[in-house]
Write a protein that binds this ligand. Structure first.
Ligand SMILES: [Zn+2]
Length: 173
């Protein structure tokens, strides 16, 4: 079962995003001319979230995930990288790098499911995989590097299991 991840970042960003609504372009089919509506997508990749409705929303790389999602919870968030193969857009790599949502690796299944629904060929998993943790001692968020579960801010040991926010399990069709 997927999880709905709430935004864990700056309050002002969240309020702006809610006021503006989602800026991400829904990616609904492999034939869609996504590169024409998302500037820089082929050159530098893009920001993505998977909405609670199970749709991939894509925005320019430097966009905040929370803006892409309109401030709502997401099933997945990260980055997408593309190539143009014979004039067709191909998704070559995806990551779960989003410091706004800090999604765990299990969010892969929500992205994979959304891509299958859109008939888009998907890679086999996140590359690279980001492990987000919250420090129980100082409360700071960090990314675990090379399986070194130590807080870079206070040197306390970090938990082995994902613990960033009060994500909730959701039923999706
Ligand atoms: Zn700490």
């Amino acid at each position: 079962m997927p999880f709905a991840y709430p935004f864990v970042g700056n309050r002002a960003l969240l309020e702006d995003a809610r006021a503006d609504g989602p800026t991400g372009v829904p990616w609904l089919s492999a034939d869609q001319a996504l590169a024409r509506v998302v500037p820089g997508l082929l050159e530098e990749g893009a920001t993505f979230v998977v909405s609670l409705g199970g749709v991939v929303l894509v925005a320019p790389r430097r966009s905040e995930h929370v803006a892409c999602a309109g401030g709502l919870e997401v099933l997945a968030a990260g980055e997408l990288f593309f190539a143009s193969v014979g004039g067709r857009l191909r998704l070559v790599r995806a990551t779960n790098q989003s410091t706004g949502y800090c999604p765990d690796l299990d969010s892969w299944s929500a992205l994979d499911h959304a891509l299958v629904k859109a008939d888009v060929a998907a890679p086999s998993g996140f590359d690279p995989e980001f492990l987000f943790r919250r420090c129980d001692a100082c409360g700071e968020l960090s990314v675990v590097k090379e399986r070194w579960f130590v807080c870079p801010f206070c040197d306390a040991e970090l938990p082995r299991a994902w613990n960033v926010s009060a994500r909730r399990p959701v039923d999706v069709a």
